[in-house]
Design a protein around this ligand. Structure first.
Ligand SMILES: CC(C)(COP(=O)(O)OP(=O)(O)OC[C@H]1O[C@@H](n2cnc3c(N)ncnc32)[C@H](O)[C@@H]1OP(=O)(O)O)[C@@H](O)C(=O)NCCC(=O)NCCS
Length: 410
């Protein structure tokens, strides 16, 4: 299947029917379930660039994502840009990805120049690891909700995952504030983190049989961090780390000498960071995958700022932290992965790399006003570091999972 490629009408969705009859059936069945007088299901075409005429679907995906973020948070820092969609779809070396959109049916009087996209589905299946998992994410514009479009899209995403032999379905919702315990809340199976039960996303996915397996706390840090606080945290961390460790900071490309080791750190992220009840297993990275990730970030026009810490005695990396940022939106940045390998914990290396990276960000990009980050609610050590730096809760990213029963009609 030509993932992400070629648009087709609802009745002619077959990108490769002869080789994928089951997959084609899934698409055709869902497309056929929509009222043709009102809606058309189309696979998003993969444009050569965002200026190409067939880039309309990726622009619409970004617009829907922005609308959804404004609805939940009131700001769009976290929303996808069209270039994020394009670069992400261009890189399928480790995941198979497909995007579908639902269009409002055309007026008989004439065709609008730009299709009226009302809903979007992203389906992602990891191919290099975790081949039991299948991810589906549906978004419907508020004005088009409550008419079965979200259900149709999730039927499609889940059907494609099942047809591909995936036995665990995954999806996610987001919320801006944590609700108090009680009937208005869904509790994560980890016991840490709650989601508002009455918001459209949680209600919808819970109805479809998904279980809330983990909540990642979204936190924001207002910059600049009070210089005295940062200096003190840095001093304390350096004192605890001693002479046995030294930091290295770089932007964008990973120096050749660290490529393999950065691959190890990303691999260990997949096993050492808490995943709650999500059936997520080791996801191996090597130097080639690190390069691919950086190429994808460059395609998104994202800068990448990294501080790693070397264990001097062995000459190996003991941990790292990564900040990414859209080059053309200086107001914010994202605190991405941070890890200290188990064998090097207890030396305040997590705080050390974070302080050094924040100091580097202040020099490199002094206009940055806030940093967003996400940490598992049960990840007490990481949260403690972030709270000490001044990160404050700003909502959550909610991981939902549905295990299929073998042989049953899921
Ligand atoms: C969650 C979301 C995708 C649902 O989209 P939707 O198009 O409204 O979904 P549906 O219409 O299929 O179902 C929504 C509700 O309408 C009801 N419904 C379905 N078909 C209907 C119809 N023909 N007429 C009236 N109601 C209908 C459903 O039973 C459901 O009821 P509920 O709210 O009590 O659960 C949408 O709210 C959204 O985009 N939210 C933000 C993104 C998100 O959280 N996505 C979830 C991760 S996949």
């Amino acid at each position: 299947m030509d993932d992400g490629g070629g648009s087709a009408d609802a009745g002619t969705m077959s990108t490769a029917p002869e080789s994928h009859p089951v997959v084609d059936d899934v698409v055709g069945t869902v497309a056929g379930s929509l009222d043709p007088a009102r809606w058309r299901l189309v696979e998003a075409p993969q444009p050569a660039s965002l200026d190409a005429p067939d880039a309309w679907a990726y622009h619409a995906v970004a617009d829907i994502d922005r609308e959804q973020h404004l609805e939940i948070y009131g700001y769009d820092d976290l929303a996808l840009e069209a270039r994020d969609v394009l670069s992400g779809m261009q890189h399928q070396e480790y995941e198979a990805k497909r995007r579908f959109v639902i269009l409002a049916a055309r007026e008989p009087a004439g065709e609008p120049e730009v299709p009226d996209v009302v809903a979007h589905l992203f389906v992602c299946r990891s191919t290099s690891s975790n081949t039991h998992l299948g991810e589906s994410y549906a978004s419907v514009r508020p004005a088009a909700r409550g008419q079965g479009l979200g259900s149709a899209l999730m039927d499609l995403g889940e059907g494609l995952c099942r047809a591909d032999g995936r036995t665990v379905l995954f999806t996610a919702t987001q919320h801006a504030t944590e609700v108090p315990a009680g009937p208005g809340a869904v509790e994560a199976t980890t016991g840490a983190g709650r989601v508002p039960a009455d918001e459209p996303g949680p209600r919808f996915v819970a109805r479809r049989g998904y279980v809330l397996e983990q909540v990642e706390r979204h936190s924001t840090l207002d910059l600049p961090v009070e210089p005295e606080l940062l200096a003190r945290l840095g001093r304390d961390a350096r004192a605890a780390a001693g002479d046995g460790y030294r930091t290295h900071t770089w932007t964008d490309e990973v120096p050749d000498r660290w490529l393999d080791e950065v691959g190890v750190l990303f691999t260990r992220m997949s096993t050492d960071a808490p995943v709650g009840g999500v059936d997520y297993r080791e996801d191996p990275w090597d130097a080639e995958r690190v390069r691919t990730w950086l190429t994808e970030e460059r395609g998104k026009d994202h800068g990448v700022l990294t501080t790693a810490v070397e264990h001097v005695g062995s000459g190996t990396l003991a941990g790292f932290t990564v900040i990414t940022y859209p080059e053309d939106r200086p107001g914010f940045a994202f605190q991405d992965d941070t890890i200290v390998l188990t064998e090097h914990r207890g030396h305040r290396l997590g705080m050390l790399v974070k302080v050094v990276n924040l100091e580097a960000l202040a020099r490199l990009r002094p206009a940055t006003q806030r940093i967003h980050t996400w940490n598992a609610e049960e990840n007490a050590h990481m949260l403690a570091i972030n709270v000490a730096l001044g990160f404050a809760p700003a909502g959550g990213w909610d991981a939902w999972q549905r295990k299929l029963t073998p042989g049953a009609d899921a």
